[in-house]
Design a protein around this ligand. Structure first.
Ligand code: HEC
Ligand code: HEC
Length: 280
């Protein structure tokens, strides 16, 4: 890759990090009686002591929106996904409801994803499971990733694991992909010549322009963003961060983002599933 290290640009961008103490107002995120842990001891292979949910870094107002499902705009999309859950589609004349007991039958699944699936012979995330069912079991068109229907269904199925502890396996057949994801995480890219780690590991808690930098965890995904008033997928967010450092983003659903998702998900081991979360 051609390095475009405009040292002036880098200096300017780094000067944007202002070391302000992070005002951690409250660490208690309780939604509908479910306690969600927003911090946990980090895995021993990480260079940080604690993993922290992105929720902890948002303003009081934004946090409050996630503390009540009636205020969480992400729940509107969950309702839309329930309609899709019950809608017949495809040549087999089935809906999700024809074969599965109910979305709640997927409790625990989101906490383990992405994960190696023996039957499929590959690492699968939620979008993959949904599309395997649509194509192979329903005879329906696959849904596009990072589009409203897919993101809403991912939110509905993620919600079933809310409060459960993230436990993504990094060994076994997924190990190579995880290594690849780790490498991507620490590789500097783009005109600003920065890696994910430069912001989300070296500078979390600091301000970058008007934004309070988090650890870039994905336990809250899909995330409803006030900025674009919709659910945002994991790969959509990765893409946005790459554009911000003026790098050419990998494609949504690409091998690179799949590897990165596996690695980033595992960095959050110990946190709770929060999706759909609310972010700015
Ligand atoms: C014709 C039956 C059928 C229909 C319709 C169907 N599925 Fe499935 N689904 C399966 C089978 C079979 C499996 C694999 C075995 C299993 O894990 O239940 C599966 C697996 C899954 C899994 C992975 C479960 C796990 O724990 O590994 C998810 C998630 C899923 N389906 C979601 C959906 C969604 C969402 C829809 C509707 C868009 C849907 N399915 C429609 C049959 C179906
Ligand atoms: C120049 C700094 C910068 C870099 C480099 C960067 N990001 Fe971000 N990222 C941000 C900012 C700012 C936000 C919004 C505030 C926050 O949650 O940290 C953000 C948010 C996120 C979030 C959402 C977290 C949440 O809880 O909602 C994820 C996930 C994320 N980034 C992943 C990545 C990944 C993966 C990379 C590398 C491909 C990356 N970021 C590179 C600045 C950066």
């Amino acid at each position: 890759m051609k390095k475009f290290t405009l040292s002036a640009t880098v200096a300017v961008s780094l000067a944007c990090f202002a070391g302000t103490a992070s005002a951690q107002v409250s660490d208690a995120l309780v939604v509908d009686g479910t306690t969600i842990s927003t911090s946990a001891p980090a895995a021993d292979w990480l260079d940080i002591d604690q993993v922290l949910s992105g929720w902890s870094f948002r303003t009081d107002e934004t946090r409050a929106l996630q503390m009540d499902d009636f205020d969480n705009p992400g729940m509107i999309f969950v309702d839309q996904a329930i309609d899709d859950w019950n809608t017949v589609d495809g040549t087999a004349g089935k809906s999700c409801a024809s074969c599965h007991d109910g979305p709640e039958s997927f409790a625990g699944l989101r906490a383990e994803l992405p994960r190696w699936d023996e039957a499929q012979g590959r690492v699968m995330n939620m979008e993959d499971y949904i599309n395997v069912s649509r194509v192979e079991h329903m005879g329906a068109e696959p849904w596009k990733w990072a589009k409203p229907r897919m993101d809403a269904m991912v939110a509905l199925l993620s919600l079933q694991s809310r409060g459960m502890t993230i436990n993504v396996a990094i060994d076994g057949p997924a190990a190579d992909m995880w290594e690849q994801g780790r490498e991507l995480y620490y590789t500097r890219v783009g005109q600003l010549d920065m890696a994910c780690s430069n912001c989300h590991e070296d500078n979390y808690g600091n301000m970058i322009r008007a934004d309070h930098l988090s650890q870039g965890q994905i336990n809250g995904f899909p995330a409803y963003r006030l900025k674009n008033a919709k659910l945002n997928s994991t790969h959509g967010r990765f893409s946005g961060c790459m554009k911000n450092i003026r790098a050419q983003p990998f494609g949504v659903g690409s091998d690179e983002f799949r590897a990165l998702e596996l690695y980033v998900a595992s960095r959050g081991n110990g946190l709770s599933v929060e999706g759909p979360s609310v972010r700015n």
